[in-house]
Design a protein. Structure first.
Length: 632
């Protein structure tokens, strides 16, 4: 085993040679002629001239050696079902869905919105898009109609794929009424909607001519063969919307070749997942972790991937560990919130099962606090690796890479910059490099490595303006996170530099939630801040000014308005954005130039000193918040 620091150094100093080597981990139908074209900074084109296909690498490539090995194991504790698909079966399913999509008019480059629960068909649909060169955009099933409509209007899909419903804690959540509402709101709805019926909504409404029944169409395409389209390395593979500081989510666009190589390299050097082994990632296909490490990464590596529909504590807090035992899971990937939930339950659940197959547990998505890190590492008796990345990057930015070197873990630290990333900690004021233990902006010197976003869908200018504009004197990519590096070179992430919230590992923009709150007819103005929460990391808190204050005359009417506002957020954005409380005031704390003092509100709500308030227009605004906070 070599040293990781040498490995990382080589990935930057001998960039082309390094990535040419990693590119051998995937199949190229036509070899690339140039490793990187960086003639138009900050846009990077990886493996120029090469042709490949992610679905081919994830499925077809394994047929000869492992056709009968399980590729996908679906376990649902929601509907009490389990299904296994070998690589051969997955190949047949994906070809059929690809043929179904083509029969509905989908061609290379078309967008397909996938709005589905955690069922195998969602995975087939993603792979089918990749197969024919359609660009999927998976929208998390927890998003409500208005959010879905905004994504539809941006992506302009030719097709939408959905299901009659999902299930949470044994309760059916019907998707179709929501989808119908989103399509009514959308300015450019897709011509066709393909619907997989799980039997959760016997009275599901159908729009003739538009809605297509999955099972019926599948019957007509039984045994279909649908070849992979050979795509240029830099063609778009998918769009995934993510929240930023504005109300309008950004479509993170990814390529084909760079993404395939980055995932293959991460499976080998970071996750240590080899062909024939099993990976269990507890995320959802609607998030980037689901894209990279439920679907594409493990399959590219020839592993068996577990897709789990259910909660971590149902039927009991041992359910995940039972899966690890029964499926002989080798690599597991989860989020800190889930571990904090498990920590509240009897630790004997961890001792009850045979976890000997497990090599590592990886955690990401939000800060991993030291006590939680320590608790799970000791309870499991296995290395627990905190690693840090973003929807934008698609794969880890900071991590240890046990496939290269077993560096010791420090609790609460995602260790070191991943190979390919020229990561810097830059002082906010002048972009100078920060010293040890000095809080600074986590930045990446471009070109971004393979696998990272190539642009914002349909908006190159927004890509540059959003991510590369933090410093006027340096062209660097800002992660919008604060971080520090200690004297041993270990990194720690301290939270966002912008107004992005992280609720249970789910990323939400304050603007998005504010727009949802303001959709209530009696809200004149509002501010949303993220407030520390012991379980979920952060929770949104809304401060609102009512148009008609008579609706707040007594406690009962105040509580009613608060409830209505929360329901409005559920309807507009989804329950994941619901504030933990709505505090009503008569004015928001603002500077004299009209900027809302979100940081001061946040500090008050977290019991901290609100800091310098010399610019505040009316100090009584904060007093009102202080008083309202005292009541919750
Ligand atoms: O603030 C960082 C936080 O989550 C953000 C990215 O969220 P998302 O786009 O949903 O991608 C998640 C991919 C794992 C980051 O900007 N974050 C992610 N991982 C960590 C983290 N914060 C601290 N420690 C982490 N390990």
């Amino acid at each position: 085993m070599g040293s990781y620091s040498d490995f990382h150094r080589r990935s930057l100093a001998e960039r082309d040679a390094f990535w040419s080597g990693e590119a051998e981990l995937v199949h190229w139908q036509r070899p690339f002629r140039q490793v990187l074209d960086y003639s138009r900074p900050p846009f990077a084109r990886w493996f120029v001239g090469g042709q490949t296909n992610i679905c081919y690498n994830a499925v077809d490539r394994h047929l000869a050696a492992r056709g009968d090995q399980p590729a996908l194991v679906w376990i649902s504790t929601e509907v009490g079902a389990e299904k296994r698909y070998s690589y051969r079966e997955l190949h047949a399913e994906v070809q059929r869905v690809a043929a179904m999509m083509m029969s509905l008019g989908v061609t290379r480059g078309d967008r397909v919105i996938i709005y589905m629960p955690m069922i195998p068909e969602a995975c087939f649909a993603m792979l089918a898009c990749a197969r024919i060169g359609a660009v999927h955009s998976v929208v998390f099933g927890g998003f409500a109609a208005a959010s879905l409509a905004a994504r539809i209007d941006d992506a302009k899909p030719a097709l939408m794929v959905t299901a009659d419903g999902g299930s949470r804690a044994g309760k059916a959540i019907l998707y179709k009424p929501l989808v119908d509402e989103a399509l009514r709101l959308a300015k450019e709805p897709p011509r066709k909607v393909l619907i997989f019926k799980r039997g959760l909504d016997p009275d599901m409404p159908v729009t003739p001519g538009r809605d297509v029944d999955w099972a019926e169409l599948a019957k007509r395409h039984h045994g279909a063969q649908q070849q992979c389209a050979w795509l240029e390395s830099d063609e778009p593979s998918y769009i995934l919307y993510t929240s930023g500081t504005t109300g309008k989510p950004k479509g993170v666009q990814r390529d084909v070749g760079g993404y395939a190589v980055a995932l293959a390299a991460s499976m080998k050097h970071i996750y240590c997942g080899g062909a024939g082994e099993t990976m269990f990632t507890t995320s959802d296909i609607g998030w980037v972790v689901g894209h990279s490490y439920i679907v594409y990464g493990p399959l590219i590596a020839g592993m068996t991937t577990i897709m789990y529909e259910g909660l971590p504590i149902r039927p009991d807090a041992g359910v995940w560990w039972r899966i690890v035992q029964d499926q002989r899971v080798n690599v597991m990937f989860s989020a800190p919130t889930a571990i904090r939930v498990l920590k509240k339950h009897d630790p004997s659940y961890l001792k009850k099962y045979d976890l000997s197959s497990l090599k590592h547990l990886f955690l990401a998505g939000e800060p991993l606090d030291e006590p939680t890190h320590k608790w799970i590492a000791e309870a499991l008796g296995k290395p627990v690796i905190d690693h840090y990345w973003q929807t934008e990057t698609g794969w880890p930015i900071l991590s240890s890479a046990p496939g290269v070197e077993n560096t010791p873990v420090k609790y609460g630290s995602p260790s070191f910059p991943v190979f390919g990333y020229d990561l810097k900690l830059l002082r906010e004021a002048d972009a100078a490099e920060a010293g040890p233990n000095e809080k600074a902006v986590v930045a990446i010197v471009p070109p971004l490595p393979p696998g990272c976003m190539t642009t914002v869908w349909g908006d190159d200018e927004r890509f540059v303006r959003t991510y590369f504009n933090t410093f006027s004197n340096k062209l660097v990519y800002s992660t919008f996170d604060w971080g520090i590096r200690d004297e041993d070179g270990y990194h720690f992430i301290l939270g966002r530099t912008d107004d992005v919230l992280n609720v249970a590992g789910h990323r939400l923009g304050t603007r998005e939630i504010e727009e949802a709150v303001s959709a209530h007819s009696n809200i004149a103005e509002c501010a949303v801040v993220g407030v520390a929460d012991a379980l979920k990391g952060q929770m949104p808190l809304a401060i609102a000014v009512a148009k008609d204050a008579s609706k707040l005359a007594d406690e009962a009417s105040r509580a009613k308005l608060e409830r209505e506002v929360m329901e409005t957020v559920d309807r507009q954005l989804g329950a994941i954005g619901r504030p933990k409380a709505v505090l009503f005031v008569t004015l928001l704390p603002k500077t004299r130039s009209g900027k809302t003092l979100r940081r001061a509100i946040q500090a008050l709500a977290e019991g901290r000193d609100p800091g310098d308030l010399t610019t505040i227009e009316d100090p009584s605004a904060l007093e009102q918040i202080r008083a309202a906070l005292g009541k919750i």
